[in-house]
Design a protein around this ligand. Sequence first.
Ligand code: GLA
Length: 440
Amino acid sequence: MCGKCRAKVKMYGAMFLLGLIILMSRAAEALDNGLALKPTMGWLHWERFMCNIDCDRDPNNCISESLYMQMADAMVKEGWKEAGYEYVCIDDCWPSHQRDAQGRLQADPKRFPRGIKKLADYVHSKGLKLGIYADVGKNTCAGYPGSLGYYETDAQTFAEWGVDLLKFDGCYMDWKLLGEGYMNMSKALNKTGASILYSCEWPLYEWPFRQPNYTAIRETCNHWRNYADVYDSWSSVKSILDWTASHQDIIAPSAGPGGWNDPDMLVIGNFGLSHDQQESQMALWAIMAAPLLMSNDLREICPRSKELLQNRHIIAISQDPLGRQGYRTAKVESFEVWERPLSQNRLAIAVLNKQEIGGPRGLPIQAAPGWKICSPKCNVTQILPQYKEMGVQTPNSNLVVSVNPSGTALLTVTPISSNFPGRQSLHWQHPSFKHKNNIL
Ligand code: GLA
């Protein structure tokens, strides 16, 4: 072989090895249960139905087996399953206040007369998965029995019932023992041999005392709540976005296939958000690579909210295989620009209009730092507020995105590389994307 060729082979070999090492180190970072390779999609009861246990007065909306069965039915009939929503999740207030004689959790017998295993069977028969809720401490947040001292028993019980996801809350626990507790439950779930996606709230409960260790969290959980509970209001959604942006350099690098930051449920389809605000939540949850867990009433949801939640272009951004979380990259004239790198060198850009007075306002697309990737040319697709192919653009295009107050415009940018090798458009990176954990 010629000297030059040998050098080339060596170089490619080294590059391959480096790639392999990077890939392997990434895989080792995430909880190694093969789950949540993309942000989880499903439905979770809490924000909409809370701890309504009064089935005598409110049989249609109380926490009971029929609520989850009806949601599962709706998920299949109304196109949710087809759109990618898969998990039907129980939150707090499902168990009986006493464990059984063997120390096992049991469902409230009045509200779940057939028990959780039968409910799991039903949900599985629809091709969906069932999630359940427990707590790392002595009690759940609503005062039901917690799992402290029972991690192995509870993990085993959930596995025997055929549960597919565990949301593990952090109430009534000494904060210094949070990490140990969450890790022990992770091990206990793993030991059952069942595939149980593990959704944690560890960092949320640790932040008031110290900065959580996100490397350990990613190794332990499939997603993790960082911040306060979402409410059905624009101020709540905004506060979650603000918290996320102001902590993005700490939290975003730890997101990737197998583990995600969880900014809490989608409240789209309820009472508190205008349609523009619902579009903002959907767009920004996709940019943040957040789990898409709706908390609404799927039996009765307005067609516009349904269409938004099932928008396949937004879902494609959420579920993009590159699995990188986006960042807030600019604040300009009461607009916020958020950007998420996508597979195949593409970029999603969200422009949020934070001025809550007046009418629609325009922002020249060049204000988005990521617009640099449109070089020498790119294809632009607008996804929100309406789907529109914007055609081929150049870095100097006079494209202006118009955004309603508290609404969001969402675009994808696909660079078109020139024919000259060596002049291929390189993926632009916000400085925050270059964090040491930010591999791939
Ligand atoms: C905490 C959690 C919520 C919900 C409630 C249930 O507040 O953060 O998501 O699970 O507990 O009591």
